[in-house]
Design a binder for this molecule. Structure first.
Ligand code: PMP
Length: 396
């Protein structure tokens, strides 16, 4: 049985991370995996989630099933966080939100819903992409394609190319967009560009799917939700996947949300029913431990404030590392333009290094980044950032 089944090549990120693990050098640097690390190299366990977990455990509740859509308090917390409490879409109850298994689970259930509702539509994904976007939507039965996104010359968004590609799509095409902290490039649209894109989306009647995996890691929790809120305000109907993996440092608890902005409350109720049908078919209902903790934090003012402080601190550390690399490279290798470190934002940056340079960094210096030249900035700390800057200066 299964003789015809091909071996799984594995995810390239984990392959390079394994090479890093096997490296015996003490000064090796891991910039591969998308995890947030503290300055001492540890992955944080936030005070707010610890307090919330304790609070929930003390209640000694039986572990019965959650509803298919998840906890009401969680879902309401997601809507307030993503759309803002003052948002008209939130106030008029025209958003259908479910608690999902991380951002990935939200993309999968959203993809299932989209494919069933619009079986002839195809999905358009930024080039380059988080590779799993193609895999997830392909798994929903949706044909995926690429639109131009990154300009290697400016190391920013190729906005003209992006708009030109999207302008050609048939009505009701699905468009995957990153509201902030684009993975893998770190290059984001400006507010003005979002407004132009929203106008195009309306004109061409496209269906946007916003994937917000890093809310709070760019400019702030509210600031990073600009695109979501502007789109809702403009009357666009769309989907948003949000993840708590990074901003709650809660990776393995698999906490995220899927929100579908609908025309009115009646439509949102129908859509919620269909989301539940897809949840039932996929995994029946979400797990409760992390869900309760997140819901408690989102609904308890002191814990919420603690969480906002933790996100602010994570973002500030990332900014400091970005600025330090930029400053050091300006001194060490003035011919090399490292301004991408401060222009791009979030966990990731595209260094624009060649394959040879990336390989040299790995082999000669023990500095590990992805083959694409993507670095995960929180892998840098006050201990290794000078070494990283010097290694980079040596190969450019
Ligand atoms: N979307 C993007 C762009 C991501 O980078 C990630 C995480 N790597 C996800 C979705 C998935 O998030 P989660 O780990 O919560 O499933």
């Amino acid at each position: 049985m299964f003789e015809h089944v091909a071996p799984y090549a594995g995810d390239p990120i984990f392959r390079i991370a394994a090479q890093y693990q096997a490296d015996q050098r003490e000064n090796k640097v891991n910039l591969t995996i998308g995890l947030y690390f503290e300055d001492d190299g540890s992955v944080p366990l936030l005070d707010c989630t610890q307090a919330a977990e304790k609070h929930w455990a003390a209640k000694k509740l039986p572990r019965t099933y959650l509803p298919m859509e998840g906890l009401d308090t969680y879902r309401d917390g997601v809507q307030r966080l993503v759309f803002g409490e003052q948002s008209e879409a939130y106030q008029s109850k025209r958003i259908a939100t479910i608690q999902t298994l991380g951002g990935t689970g939200a993309l999968k259930v959203g993809g299932d819903l989209l494919h069933e509702a619009y079986p002839d539509s195809q999905m358009w994904i930024s080039d380059p992409a988080w590779d799993n976007h193609h895999a997830i939507f392909g798994g929903c039965g949706i044909k995926t394609n690429k639109y131009r996104y990154f300009d290697a010359q400016t190391q920013g968004v190729d906005f003209e190319g992006m708009m030109a590609d999207l302008a050609q799509l048939p009505a009701q095409s699905f468009v995957l967009l990153h509201p902030c902290c684009h993975n893998p490039t770190g290059a984001d649209l400006s507010k003005e560009q979002w407004q132009q894109l929203i106008a195009l989306i309306k004109e061409k009647q496209l269906i946007p799917f916003l994937d917000m995996a890093y809310q709070g890691f760019g400019q702030g929790l509210d600031e990073d939700a600009y695109a979501v809120r502007a789109m809702a305000q403009a009357g666009v109907l769309f989907l948003v996947a949000n993840s708590f993996s990074k901003n709650f440092s809660y990776y393995s608890e698999r906490c995220g949300g899927l929100s579908v902005v609908c025309k009115d409350q009646a439509a949102a109720e129908r859509v919620l029913g269909q989301l539940n049908a897809w949840v039932r078919k996929n995994y029946s209902n979400p797990p409760s431990h992390g869900g309760h903790a997140i819901a408690t934090v989102l609904n308890t003012p002191e814990l919420y404030q603690g969480w906002v402080g933790a996100v602010d601190a994570m973002r500030a550390r990332i900014h400091t590392m970005r600025q330090t690399v930029y400053d050091r490279l300006t001194e060490l290798a003035p011919h090399y333009d490292a301004s991408y470190m401060i222009k791009q934002q979030g966990m990731f940056s595209y260094t624009g290094l060649s394959s040879e340079q990336i390989l040299r960094l790995r082999e000669e210096f023990g500095v590990y980044m992805l083959d694409s030249g993507r670095i995960s900035v929180p892998g840098l700390t006050t201990k290794n950032v000078e070494y990283y800057a010097k290694s980079l200066a040596a190969v450019v």
